[in-house]
Design a protein around this ligand. Structure first.
Ligand SMILES: [Fe+2]
Length: 404
């Protein structure tokens, strides 16, 4: 008795599920109006009824009015092609995953894809915000590694890489100021789009040694406002984001462009982007020169602290980056050449990894605390030629994990 009931029950469930399962396995259909059904010509597609059952295969011919009427009665439909997969979707999902070196690389690749034609990407603004969130998370997770990534890696086109690097420095400095999380994120978005209207020009200028022509100078002066206008056209209404972009070339003493704003009349976000922009531009390599040592750039910023940049921000930047910034190379008092890996007890005493001793490469890098006298930093030096490329994920992750 129980067995008969069970069988009947199962059959009932199956009969109830059958139409649902059929619906789920049906192709995605779109109904065809009568006017689009060819009479007497081969069909350019498979033709289904409204329930997804095949009526005629591609190439078949509707021979007469009577057959046409019958087809119309059945609700003629054709299959909708599968949605074209969004190539950016996978990048979006994994943007924040990995070490700061991985995130730096992925953000450059992704920003390059979405900046080619922002109007073609309905998610452009959300995508910029995703990059900002990934950068902030990476900086929060390991600030030393994030700062080192600017000086160690050289991925992608300069015009895009430069915006990501500027955003990393902005994120590192902004989190030490009394700013809301929303403000920080808006300013980081500003750094990521500061040159949106002039990417090609920035790329060309980066490797052009000749003096800037008058025409180029005019275009340069226009690019902050043009980038802000472009962002407005794309739907940005956030004033901090737009302000950071429109004024990122204003200087503290009023000698900047486009409006010559002075001091605190320059939005704080723009001041932050300006100082980070200067630091990352000067410490990047060009086709005719190697990177300027970060300690040289920072010393210059201090010297000009009463001029181009807000002196308070300059002090904060030095406090965050240290005199010997992660990612730079130093000559130690004992003669070793070492890579600065983590900031130490003071601005001048980082934790470093020695790679070269007495002119010879060490078998494995040695961790040195430069607050110990014999390992003190003597001076910054250019990156040495190494036998093997650096593996930053291993160096920062295994050799020098984040101190707890
Ligand atoms: Fe700019």
């Amino acid at each position: 008795m129980a067995r008969r009931w069970t069988k009947g029950y199962a059959e009932g469930v199956a009969s109830l599920l059958d139409p649902i399962l059929r619906t789920l396995s049906m192709p995605q259909l779109r109904s065809m109006p009568e006017s689009e059904l060819p009479l007497g010509d081969p069909l350019p597609w498979d033709l289904f009824d409204r329930w997804g059952a095949m009526l005629l295969k591609e190439g078949s011919v509707i021979r007469n009015e009577e057959q046409l009427k019958d087809i119309i009665h059945r609700g003629p439909s054709i299959q909708v092609p599968d949605a074209i997969p969004d190539p950016l979707q996978e990048q979006r999902r994994s943007l924040h995953i990995g070490t700061p070196f991985d995130v730096n690389h992925k953000c450059i690749r992704f920003l390059e894809s979405i900046s080619r034609d922002p109007f073609e990407n309905p998610q452009f603004l959300e995508d910029v915000d995703r990059v900002a969130a990934a950068i902030l998370r990476a900086v929060e997770r390991d600030e030393d590694a994030a700062l080192a990534s600017l000086l160690i890696m050289e991925d992608g086109r300069y015009c895009i890489r430069h915006q990501v690097e500027t955003a990393i420095v902005v994120a590192a400095v902004a989190r030490h100021l009394e700013l809301s999380a929303e403000s920080i994120r808006s300013i980081v978005c500003g750094a990521l789009t500061m040159n949106l209207a002039s990417l090609e020009m920035q790329e060309a200028l980066h490797n052009d040694r000749s003096p800037m022509s008058d025409e180029t100078r005019i275009l340069m002066n226009l690019h902050p406002q043009q980038s802000a206008n472009l962002l407005k056209d794309l739907g940005v209404t956030n004033k901090e984001w737009l302000g950071a972009v429109a004024h990122h070339h204003e200087l503290w003493d009023g000698s900047g462009y486009p409006y010559g704003l002075i001091g605190t009349r320059i939005p704080l976000g723009a001041q932050l982007v300006q100082i980070a922009d200067t630091y990352t531009a000067r410490t990047s390599s060009r086709s005719w020169k190697t990177r300027e040592h970060a300690s040289t750039t920072l010393a210059d910023l201090v010297r000009n602290a009463q001029g181009a940049t807000n002196p308070d921000l300059t002090r904060i930047l030095i406090r965050i980056l240290g005199v010997y910034t992660p990612g730079t190379w130093v000559h130690l008092d004992n003669g070793e050449i070492a890579l600065v890996a983590r900031r130490g007890r003071t601005l001048k005493t980082p934790i470093v990894l020695s790679f070269i001793s007495r002119g010879l490469a060490l078998g494995a890098p040695l961790v040195r605390d430069t607050s110990v006298e014999r390992y003190a930093c003597r001076e910054g030096v250019p990156p040495p030629a190494l036998e093997h490329p650096l593996k930053p994920n291993i160096l920062w992750g295994l050799v020098l994990p984040i101190p707890t």
